[in-house]
Design a protein around this ligand. Structure first.
Ligand code: FAD
Ligand code: ZN
Length: 226
């Protein structure tokens, strides 16, 4: 109770399976007394492109544009665009970040990748000597909750799904100092029976009930590639 949760959600349709997973998380966590904020990226028409528009006012180096340098400098002088400042405020306040999305090409949808690219700015999320366990977003938890088109059996046969979590969980979250909870994967919701879908939704509710008792994973190469 009293915990703050930010759910970053990337699906176009509230009636989708992802939409149902989102609804469950909002309801269950609110019931627990958490305060829940949702960034519904498609509904917000969130800008995924990392461009010069993200910097308000003058550029640090107008001769050659370097997005990383420019956003870092802009962050330090309070010159990031309003949409980024708003997302950073939500991240700053959150104890837990939940990412809810359908798997696109073994990764996240572009709109969510754009959120990562633009919101997790140097100086805010990490710094030169402040990354991984020293990252700037310490004392926060993250959870990747996603759906797939492929079945669990196919993933098991063709290589562990943990391989594709390395860039997202380790390369982004761990890099920024955020601890990582076990991912929550709903395999192939469109190819299973209605009963199985209901079962998957119930399992998500059940997991959320004891979420705050979970220990983060040991986010090291062994977890992914052992
Ligand atoms: P939906 O189609 O919305 O939901 C499935 C079914 O659940 C629907 O019939 C819906 O009505 C029903 N449903 C919704 N809510 C409820 C409820 N409360 N109770 C019961 N039923 C409900 N897949 C991979 O595995 N690997 C990839 O690399 C990959 N790349 C992709 C790339 C792109 C560009 C695209 C478009 C898709 C890709 N996919 C991939 C497939 C994608 O991951 C799946 O289509 C997606 O995860 C399905 O989730 P959804 O929420 O859209 O499902
Ligand atoms: Zn890691």
């Amino acid at each position: 109770p009293g915990k703050k949760v930010l759910i970053v959600y990337a699906h176009q349709d509230p009636k989708s399976f992802n939409g149902s997973l989102l609804k469950i998380a909002v309801e269950e966590l609110t019931k627990q007394g958490c305060s829940v904020t949702v960034s519904d990226l498609y509904a917000m028409q969130f800008e995924p492109r990392a461009t010069r528009n993200d910097i308000v006012g003058h550029l640090h180096n107008p001769e050659a544009f370097n997005y990383g340098v420019e956003t870092w400098e802009a962050y330090k002088r309070g010159g990031l665009s309003k949409d980024l400042v708003e997302e950073q405020k939500k991240v700053q306040e959150a104890d837990l970040l939940i990412f809810q999305f359908p798997l696109f090409w073994f990764s996240m949808p572009a709109i969510l990748k754009g959120w990562m690219d633009r919101v997790l700015v140097q100086g805010f999320a990490y710094d030169l000597s402040k990354s991984y366990d020293g990252g700037l977003l310490q004392d926060k938890l993250s959870l990747f909750s996603f759906t797939t088109g492929g079945s669990k059996e196919k993933y098991a046969a063709r290589g562990d799904i943990r391989y594709l979590l390395w860039p997202m969980q380790h390369g982004i979250m761990h890099f920024c100092g955020v601890k990582v909870l076990e991912p929550h994967i709903c395999y192939a919701p469109m190819h299973v029976s209605e009963d199985k879908r209901k079962e998957m939704l119930t399992a998500w509710t059940q997991r959320l009930k004891t979420l705050w008792k979970e220990e983060p994973i040991d986010c090291s190469p062994e977890w992914y590639f052992k």
